[in-house]
Design a protein around this ligand. Structure first.
Ligand code: NAD
Length: 310
């Protein structure tokens, strides 16, 4: 949880670390600000200078490259779109890896392919650098409030060292297993959410075509077995026809691709994830990739020639 205004100075004297932060987008910027508020000094880097400037305005430091972030920080947090972004920031020429030294750590909080997390950990270990994969759940509002949920993969001893740092951004921080387990957990979360939104949209479409108001259906069933947090958070958006993100379809496609690759990698079949993926791909083909993932309902509207709006 974030600290109150007056506590900053004393906290910084007590436990301040230099925390590199790369990737200051929708999620990363508020998360970095919460790390800063808790008394650590953030060393900020992003491809967008204005995002670095926002951290400097809050008392942080700027860096001109990933290498500088690695040199100047005790621990480096990354929060980028997908595996290739993280790989490039860490290992390209002028990247973080070049600036790191023994005893430092990288904590990747992006949602990426867990196989890549394991590769990154092995590469960093060659230099005596620790690694945690620590993706998050909860969107921008929770990132701002410091109440995201963090699911962590890594060694217990490394987790113990950085749990306090992660708690400056989160309401819950859970060590799930070894490196990669954080992202496996995140993929499970994303499979369940996507399939859930599709199921809700399909059921509301039935109600609408059969002449029953979907909003009344929601009221009637929300506290029964079919009810869910997804149903509570997404139904009103569907009834309003308001698909402003939220969590963009293009990011969910990325997560489902990683989920399918990982599923096939461990030799399980994931038919419902494949279907949810194809629905989202169809929405992308129709130009809806920037919509909220509750926009899955739009696909049901298209193929059934109906409107779920009240
Ligand atoms: P975003 O696109 O808003 O931000 C990504 C940032 O990373 C950008 O500022 C970009 O400039 C920067 N970046 C990319 N590559 C870089 C590089 N090589 N060097 C320096 N900077 C680089 O993304 P976001 O919405 O903040 O999401 C970040 C991650 O969190 C994703 O993996 C996403 O799936 C996950 N996530 C997002 C949400 C959400 O609601 N947005 C919720 C939970 C998890």
């Amino acid at each position: 949880m974030p600290f109150e205004e007056g506590e900053y100075a004393s906290v910084r004297e007590r436990n301040g670390m230099k925390v590199g932060f790369i990737g200051l987008g929708i999620m990363g910027k508020p998360m970095a600000l919460n790390v800063q508020k808790a008394g650590h000094t953030v060393v900020a880097y992003d491809h967008h200078q204005d995002r670095i400037d926002a951290i400097v305005a809050a008392g942080g430091m700027s860096a001109a490259s990933g290498r500088e972030v690695g040199e100047q920080s005790d621990v480096v947090i990354t929060m980028m779109q997908n595996s290739p972004n993280v790989e490039s920031a860490l290992f390209d020429g002028g990247g973080v890896f070049e600036g790191l030294s023994v005893g430092k750590a990288v904590i990747d909080m992006s949602s990426i392919n867990p196989i890549k997390s394991r590769e990154f950990a092995a590469h960093l270990a060659e230099k005596g650098v620790d690694f945690l994969d620590a993706p998050v759940s909860g969107g921008e509002p929770k990132a701002i409030d410091g109440t995201i949920a963090v699911m962590v993969g890594g060694e217990q001893s490394v987790f113990d060292k950085y749990e306090g740092l992660l708690k400056t951004m989160a309401s819950t921080v859970t060590l799930v297993g070894g490196v990669g387990a954080g992202n496996i957990t995140k993929l499970a979360n994303q499979m369940i959410v996507a399939i859930n939104i599709a199921g809700i949209s399909e059921a509301y479409s039935l109600a609408k075509k059969a002449g029953v108001d979907p909003a009344r259906v929601y009221e009637a069933i929300r506290s029964g077995l079919a009810g869910s947090v997804v149903m509570d958070q997404k139904s009103q958006k569907i009834f309003d026809g308001n698909f402003d993100p939220g969590f963009r379809i293009e990011l969910h496609i990325k997560d489902l691709q990683n989920a399918l690759d990982t599923s096939h990698g461990v030799n399980i079949v994931a038919p419902f994830t494949s279907l949810a993926m194809e629905i989202m791909q169809s929405l992308k083909a129709h130009g809806h990739e920037k919509d909220d993932h509750s926009g899955i309902a739009e696909w049901y509207e298209m193929v059934n020639d109906l409107k779920l709006q009240g």
